[in-house]
Design a binder for this molecule. Sequence first.
Ligand SMILES: *Cc1c(COP(=O)(O)O)cnc(C)c1O
Length: 380
Amino acid sequence: MKKYLLSPPHMSGEEQIYIEQAFKDNWIAPLGPNVVEFEKKIAEYNGVEDCLVTSSGTSAIHLALRLLGVTHGDTVFCSTFTFIASINPAIYLGAKPVFIDSDYETWGMCPKSLEKALQAAKNNGKLPKVIIVVHLYGQSAQIEDIISIASKYGIPVIEDAAEALGAEYNGKKLGTFGEFGIFSFNGNKIITTSGGGALIGKSKSAIQRARFLSSQAKEDKPYYYHKEIGYNYRLSNVLAGIGIAQMNVLDQRIAKKRDIFSTYKTYLGAITDISFMPENIRSYGNRWLTTLLFSKEIKDSSICILNERGIETRRLWKPLHTQPIFKNCQFYSATGDVSSILYKHGMCLPSGTMLTNEDISIIAREVMNCNVFFNRSVSK
Ligand SMILES: *Cc1c(COP(=O)(O)O)cnc(C)c1O
């Protein structure tokens, strides 16, 4: 049986060249020419001065929070509708999360809910130190509105663009609106180094400081000398080699992901009980995953049945404010709980860039047939 995975790695074939070079030069250890080249490529692609590549997207978020001075007892606002990695580093630093609801237009952080939470925080005399905004499934949140609300209160924004490399809002790359932006090169992301991440930011000196913190905060001296605590967060020269070749095909991958989305839409778009994740008119998403909503709530059994048939589907992110670990945390919404509704009705479809149109038609048929939609038992 053919397996249709959610978003498997898709190598271009050129990765080997850079890996072999690293082996030939015995430049396996961290840093080295591939790292320098990979960082340069990401910076140029996004139109920023500097970039730091890291061991993961999570470590890039950790560094961004450190640079913004987040520490024990601070509050950090974060989109609730996301993967837990968006907020974990804030917890490492001893901060308390407050979760903000989504809007239906983007599924990202709702500007009205953010305003409500900021107003409440101001009244309580405890504004957040940072706001983490997530661009879900490669689609932009209402980032300009969010930035303008945040700046009214003087709060810096980190864009978690782990899923949104290459996506744009008003012709500007996601990750370049906030004080910092982060990307992930984890195995299932739009491009991958098997594991890795990147940090970009408005200030070149901040990225240089992140580079220092990511190398155990070792001072530039001929002996080991430390004035503060750092991390071991650098990406290896071998993995950066994979990244260089992957960057070369990023725009191709985005075009293909968008194509996959439209193909699914031609097969499933006419069904009134199905709707697709919207795209804001000002945004150009990378459509990392094709995601849809059913008018009925999805049953776990439907996901399992599809998986048994080789079609890896998943629910959308389970909102963080509904996770047991965060049960005592605050949650703000202007309109109820949009993220929980999205969670109950939403599904991610296989979106690997090696899918053919025929694959997509097969998957679409199975999705239509599964009881998630017609609410009837499955027969085959
Ligand atoms: C993948 C992902 C991360 C974490 O990236 P890693 O490289 O796996 O650490 C963070 N946030 C979101 C929204 C993600 O999807």
